[in-house]
Design a protein around this ligand. Structure first.
Ligand code: ADP
Length: 765
C-alpha cells in the first residue's frame, strides 16, 4: 500500500475538487516586493512602525507592515503562504488553509488591511465564545503594534462591554453573539441604546461551518408573552410508558413513528375515551404526535443531553452540545416534559434572522477554513464567494489509509480497538473521532476493557475541551472525542510544549482514527487534518460498518448482498462496497445542499421584508417625523413641552406598533409556511403558495402601522405626562435569544399528514 496509496489518494482528491478556484499567481508576484519592503521596515523604531502602519494602503505595504509587526509583537514572522492567505482575504475570498497553518495570524493581518483600506470596522466571526476571546487576546499585541484597537464579545458581556468592544477597529465575536446584538439593536427605541455600529466587514473563521452548515439556522430574539399555553407538556404524560412494537411503530429510517391500534386506544382512554382522529381533536392529536416523537425518536445522550436541569441539544453536524439551541414546533417542550423538567419558554418571536442573511448584511465578507473547496459551489451560489486554495508552508506528508469496512458495527468496533491498542502499545498518540456522544462512551469502555486508558471528550465546555485536545499529541495519549470537538485548537506532537516531539515523530506522529464516515466529506477531512500539521508526520484511517446510518440510509441498495471479505477478520474487500460508501456520502451531501437551497428560498422572502421594514424603522428612529405627527395633532400643547420629549413620545408610539406588527407578521408567516406544506399535497408549488400569502400580508403591514399609530396618537389625553404604559404600549419586559435547531423530523404538519395518511390506508378509518 504505502506510497502508491498516498499518491492515489491525492489524485482522487484532485479529481474531486469541483469548479475553479482563485488564481494565486498575481498575488504571488507581490511576495518579492513585500520581502524587499520588509527589510526597510526592520530599521524602524516601534513608534515609527505604528506611523507607517497607519498610512499603508496597498497589499504590499499592508503585508510588509503586518509581517514586521507580527515578528516584533508575537515573535512569529508570517510565512509567504500566510501573506497569500491574508491577501486573499483582503480580496474578499475564502482562503482554504490547512489546520495548523496559522489562520489566526493570517486573519489578523487581513483585518488590519481591511481597516487600512477603509472597510472597517472589522468583525472576526468565530464558531464559539472561547475562540473569540482566545484569538482577540492572542492577537492584541500585534494590533497594538499596528496602532489598532481590538475587542471581543462573549455571551456574558454586558451592553456597555459590547458597545466598547464594537467601538474597536477589530472585534472578535461568535457569529451568534454578533447576530443577537444585531437583532437587539433592531428593536431599540433610543439610538443611544445600540451596541453595534453599521455592519461593514466580516472575516468568517471556519467559514464552511458558519456559511454552509450553520447558514440556515435562525437566530431568534424572543420576548415573554403573558399566559403562554403549553399543550405539549400535558401530552407528555399521555405517552408515558408506551412501549415500542406494542404501542407504537418506529419507521425504518428512525424519522417517524406512529401509534399502533393498542397504543392509540391507551392514549384515547387516558384522554377520557375520545376519538383522537375526530375533527375537533386535531390539536390534541398533533400534541400527542409531538410528544410521541420526543418519547420514541429522540434519545438522551445522542440527540440531547440533560445537564443542570436543562435539555441541551447535540448538534449532529458537530456531534457536540449546541449551546442555546431549541427545537422548533413544540419538540423542545416535549423533550423537557419527557425528562420531567420544567418547560423553558419559547416566547413570542420578536425578530429573527438566519445566519446566512445576517452575514449578507455585511458589505464585505471573506473567510478562511481548512475545508472550503468541497463547498465551493455552495459558497458561490449563496454568498458569491470564491475559494482561494493556499498551499501549505511545508508539504503535507500525512498518510491517509483507505477505509476499513466491516459488515456489522460490532466487528468494526472490535477492529478499531485492536488497531488503537496496537499503536498505543508503541506509544503513538491516537485521536479517535466519533459520530456521537454515546459512541464515544461505548468506545471508551471497550478501550478500557482492552487495557487502553483514554480521555473522553464529550462536549462539555469549549475551554476545557481545548486544553485536553491540545495535549492529544502526547506520547501514549489516547483521546476519544466527537468529530468536531476542540476545533480551532492546535495539536502539537509531544504535547503542547512539544517536549516529547522527537519521540512521537519517530513513531509516525499523531494517528487519527475515524469511527465512521460523517454525512459530509468535509467533516471527515477536518478530522484527518488534525494530524500532519505543518509537515508533521501523521496518519489517518476511517472504520466503516455497513450498518452505520450513513450507509444504511443512503446506499443500502448499492451494497451487494454478499460482499467479498477477508475470512480471518471480516474486513470487506469489495470495490462495489467502496463505491457504495462514497456514494452514500455524496447522496447525503446532495440532500443537505437541497435542504439548504429550499429553506433559503423561504427565508429570502422574509428577509427582504425584514430589510424593507427595518429601513422604515430606521427613519422613524433617527428623524422627528413621529414627533411631527404629534405636533400636528396637538398644536396648542406644544409650547409647554420640550421638543425632544415630543419626539420621544412619537417614536415610542410608532416603533411600538411597527415592532408589534412585525412580530405578528412573523407568527403568521410561520403558520402559513406550515400550512403551505399541507397544500403542497395538492401539487401546487409550495414556494409559490408561500409568496402568494406573504406578499399581500406584508403589503398590509405598513398601512396598519400607520393606522394603529394614528389611533394611539388620537387617544392621548394629556400629552405632557403621557406614558406608553397608560396607552398599553407595553414592550416585553425581558427578552432572550436562542438558535432554532432543525426539526429532525420535518415540519409538524408533514408528520401529522404522514400519521393520518398512514392510518387511513392501514386501517381504513
Ligand atoms: P490554524 O487556525 O490555521 O489551525 P493557528 O492559527 O491555531 O492555526 O496556528 C497554529 C500554530 O502555528 C500556532 O501555535 C501559532 O502560534 C503558530 N504559527 C502561526 N503562524 C506562525 C509563523 N509565521 N511562525 C511560527 N509559528 C506560527
Amino acid at each position: 500500500m504505502g506510497v502508491s496509496q498516498r499518491v492515489k489518494n491525492r489524485f482522487r482528491r484532485f479529481l474531486q475538487r469541483p469548479g475553479t478556484t482563485v488564481d494565486l499567481a498575481p498575488l504571488r508576484k507581490l511576495l518579492p516586493q513585500i520581502e524587499d519592503r520588509g527589510s526597510d521596515l526592520a530599521d524602524l523604531t516601534d513608534e515609527e512602525l505604528v506611523e507607517v502602519a497607519g498610512g499603508a494602503k496597498d497589499f504590499v505595504e499592508i503585508c510588509a507592515v503586518g509581517r514586521e509587526a507580527a515578528s516584533r509583537a508575537l515573535g512569529e514572522r508570517p510565512f509567504d503562504v500566510q501573506l497569500l492567505g491574508a491577501m486573499s482575504l483582503l480580496a474578499g475570498k475564502v482562503a482554504e488553509m490547512a489546520t495548523g497553518e496559522g489562520k489566526t495570524l493570517t486573519a489578523a493581518v487581513a483585518a488590519y488591511g481591511h481597516v487600512q483600506q477603509g472597510n472597517g470596522p472589522v468583525h472576526v466571526l468565530t464558531i464559539n465564545d472561547y475562540l473569540a476571546r482566545r484569538d482577540a487576546q492572542w492577537m492584541e499585541p500585534l494590533y497594538t503594534r499596528l496602532g489598532l484597537t481590538v475587542g471581543w464579545v462573549n455571551e456574558s458581556s454586558t451592553p456597555e462591554e459590547r458597545r466598547a468592544a464594537y467601538a474597536c477597529d477589530v472585534t472578535y465575536a461568535s457569529v451568534s453573539e454578533a447576530g443577537f446584538d444585531y437583532l437587539r439593536d433592531q428593536l431599540v427605541t433610543d439610538i443611544e441604546d445600540r451596541v453595534q455600529p453599521a455592519l461593514s466587514t466580516a472575516i468568517v473563521d471556519e467559514a464552511d461551518s458558519i456559511l454552509i452548515d450553520e447558514a440556515r439556522v435562525p437566530m431568534v430574539l424572543a420576548g415573554a408573552v403573558p399566559g403562554d399555553q403549553d399543550p405539549v407538556h400535558a401530552a407528555a404524560t399521555l405517552v408515558k410508558g408506551l412501549r415500542p412494537k406494542r404501542d407504537y411503530q418506529v419507521a425504518e429510517d428512525g424519522r417517524s413513528v406512529q401509534l399502533t391500534a393498542r397504543g392509540l386506544a391507551t392514549v384515547e382512554h387516558r384522554l377520557g375515551g375520545v376519538n383522537l382522529y375526530a375533527d375537533e381533536n386535531t390539536e390534541q392529536l398533533s400534541a400527542v404526535n409531538v410528544a410521541l416523537h420526543a418519547h420514541a425518536l429522540l434519545h438522551r445522550d445522542v440527540d440531547y443531553i440533560v445537564r443542570n436541569g436543562a435539555v441541551e441539544l447535540v448538534d449532529e453536524m458537530r456531534g457536540r452540545v449546541a449551546q442555546r439551541r431549541r427545537w422548533p414546533d413544540g419538540l423542545q417542550a416535549a423533550v423537557e416534559a419527557k425528562e420531567g423538567l420544567d418547560a423553558t419558554a419559547e416566547g413570542e418571536v420578536l425578530n429573527t434572522i438566519t445566519v446566512q442573511a445576517f452575514i449578507g448584511r455585511y458589505r464585505t465578507v471573506c473567510g478562511m477554513t481548512a475545508t472550503a473547496v468541497h463547498v465551493g459551489d455552495q459558497l458561490r451560489e449563496f454568498f458569491k464567494l470564491e475559494v482561494a486554495v493556499i498551499p501549505p508552508n511545508t508539504p503535507n506528508v500525512r498518510a491517509d489509509e483507505p477505509d476499513r469496512i466491516y459488515v456489522s458495527r460490532a466487528e468494526k468496533e472490535e477492529a478499531m480497538i485492536a488497531e488503537i491498542a496496537k499503536h498505543h502499545a508503541a506509544g503513538r498518540p491516537v485521536l479517535i473521532g466519533t459520530l456521537d456522544v454515546k459512541e464515544s462512551e461505548s468506545l471508551a469502555l471497550g478501550l478500557e476493557a482492552a487495557g487502553v486508558p483514554c480521555v473522553v471528550l464529550n462536549a462539555k465546555n469549549d475551554e476545557e475541551e481545548a486544553a485536553i485536545i491540545a495535549e492529544a499529541g502526547n506520547h501514549g495519549a489516547v483521546t476519544v472525542s466527537t468529530q468536531m470537538a476542540g476545533r480551532g485548537v492546535d495539536i502539537r506532537l509531544g504535547g503542547s510544549d512539544q517536549a516529547d516531539r522527537e519521540r512521537v515523530a519517530e513513531l509516525g506522529g499523531l494517528l487519527v482514527v475515524g469511527a465512521g464516515r460523517h454525512d459530509s466529506r468535509r467533516v471527515d477531512d477536518q478530522l484527518r487534518g488534525r494530524a500532519g500539521r505543518q509537515g508533521d508526520p501523521g496518519g489517518s484511517v476511517f472504520f466503516v460498518a455497513l450498518e452505520d446510518n450513513l450507509v444504511a440510509r443512503h446506499a443500502a441498495d448499492a451494497v451487494p448482498a454478499s460482499p467479498k471479505m477477508r475470512l480471518e477478520d471480516g474486513l470487506v474487500e469489495d470495490e462495489q462496497v467502496d463505491w457504495a460508501v462514497e456514494h452514500a456520502q455524496r447522496v447525503a451531501e446532495g440532500v443537505n445542499h437541497e435542504i439548504h437551497r429550499n429553506t433559503w428560498r423561504y427565508s429570502v422572502v422574509i428577509e427582504q421584508q425584514r430589510v424593507a421594514l427595518a429601513e422604515r424603522r430606521e427613519r422613524l428612529l433617527t428623524t422627528d417625523v413621529a414627533g411631527d405627527l404629534l405636533r400636528a395633532t396637538y398644536p396648542d400643547e406644544m409650547n409647554e413641552i420640550d421638543e425632544e420629549t415630543v419626539n420621544q413620545a412619537g417614536r415610542s408610539i410608532a416603533l411600538y406598533h411597527l415592532d408589534r406588527l412585525w412580530a405578528e407578521h412573523l407568527a403568521e408567516m410561520s403558520e402559513v409556511r406550515e400550512g403551505v406544506h399541507l397544500r403542497a399535497l395538492g401539487r401546487l408549488d409550495p414556494l409559490d403558495e408561500f409568496h402568494r400569502a406573504a406578499v399581500p400580508a406584508f403589503r398590509k403591514l405598513v398601512p396598519e402601522i400607520e393606522a394603529r399609530t394614528l389611533a394611539t396618537v388620537e387617544e392621548i389625553e394629556e400629552l405632557e405626562d403621557w406614558t406608553p404604559e397608560e396607552a398599553k404600549l407595553i414592550r416585553p419586559s425581558a427578552t432572550w435569544t436562542y438558535l432554532v435547531h432543525d426539526n429532525p423530523f420535518g415540519s409538524e404538519l408533514d408528520r401529522l399528514i404522514a400519521a393520518v395518511g398512514k392510518r387511513l390506508t392501514t386501517e381504513g378509518r
